[in-house]
Design a protein around this ligand. Structure first.
Ligand code: SF4
Length: 333
């Protein structure tokens, strides 16, 4: 498609649909563009393997937010989903933040519309609002502190025991944090479509077939699965556990993109993706996987699509993120 036509179709399609010369080595081209434009490429562990391999930094939500907060690059290219690129923009108003496909959303973020949440919050005026980073800028602006799965427990623990708290948007993570902290936070009823559809029955069958394998689960998974897990942790914590634990096999209950780093870190170990309830053998996030190497190359070349945000919203959403980054630094995370 011609560039001008592709540009005018961005709103509708979410990405630039321009034809690419098939003889180009996209890995080399992306490296060249990074240097030419002083651009940094941040990628989430759930991205496809090619994108992870060409990234400057691969991380989970906390690591990516920390990296976005300290970068000196002029352009931040975010290979992840929309709320992550938004977070980078909130922290870097004067930098250009690019996302290869604007349609890379998040079912968890979508499960908490700001207008509904504002009403819920108004019903509990004496509660502090802690929101998981997987939410829109609108929800961040209504929050007091943002957290990630890496720091949620420590952030909740750092607050006075009698502090009333609303936790949004993930009911599974909130329920898990309630359990490990002994709190009774009010939970918004949201969930991630990827972590909710693991099949406990199939996972138990897999464990019977691989009795020495450890089950690793993300706290966004439902409670019955968390109960059978050998280890529960954020993406980074799961990666570290798989690297350092002496077991040779692991059943991994989170998005399958993480298996690429696990296998790179420990080539001799076996990593089995936990199966979902549908007919697939593994569990990909359809939003994360909207980004491709081709879309990434085009977005770096033409500097589109770009994340834009209204300044008042950005300032309101920044406060709770800053609070998280300060608390994380104090807590040594
Ligand atoms: S894995 Fe779940 S929480 Fe993460 S981006 Fe996909 S839908 Fe959102």
């Amino acid at each position: 498609m011609d560039f001008e036509i592709a540009k005018s179709a961005i709103e509708r399609r979410g990405f630039l649909d321009v034809e690419i010369d098939p003889t180009l080595d996209l890995f080399e081209e992306i490296e060249k563009l990074k240097k030419e434009k002083n651009a940094v490429l941040l990628a989430h562990y759930y991205q496809e393997a090619d994108i992870q391999d060409v990234a400057d930094y691969i991380g989970d939500s906390l690591g990516l937010a920390q990296e976005a907060a300290k970068t000196n690059a002029d352009i931040i290219v975010f290979a992840g989903v929309h709320f992550m690129a938004e977070t980078a923009k909130i922290l870097n108003p004067n930098k250009k933040v690019l996302l290869p496909d604007l349609n890379a959303g998040c079912s968890l973020s979508d499960s908490c519309p700001p207008a509904d949440f504002a009403k819920f919050k108004a019903q509990h005026p004496d509660h502090l609002v802690i929101s998981y980073i997987n939410c829109s800028a609108g929800i961040k602006a209504l929050s007091d502190i943002i957290c990630t799965s890496s720091n949620a427990k420590l952030i909740v623990d750092s607050l006075p025991g009698d502090q009333k708290i609303i936790f949004a948007p993930d009911r599974n993570l909130g329920g898990y944090i309630n359990k490990v902290t002994g709190r009774n936070m009010l939970l918004w009823d949201g969930a991630c479509m990827v972590h909710e559809i693991f099949s406990l029955e199939k996972i138990i069958r897999l464990k019977e077939q691989n009795p020495d394998a450890k089950i690793l689960a993300h706290p966004e998974c439902e409670e019955p699965l968390l109960k059978v897990a050998d280890f529960i942790g954020s993406t980074t914590q799961i990666l570290n556990y798989a690297k350092t634990n002496p077991a040779n096999a692991f059943i991994v209950a989170t998005e399958t993109g993480i298996l690429h780093q696990m296998q790179k870190d420990s080539p001799d170990k076996t990593f089995i993706p936990a199966p979902p309830t549908n007919n697939c053998a593994c569990n990909d996030c359809p939003h994360m996987k909207l980004n491709t190497l081709e879309k990434l190359y085009l977005c770096m070349k033409y500097e589109l699509p770009e994340i834009k945000m209204e300044e008042n919203l950005r300032l309101a959403a920044k406060k709770p993120i800053d609070r998280m980054l300060e608390l994380s630094a104090q807590l040594g995370l």
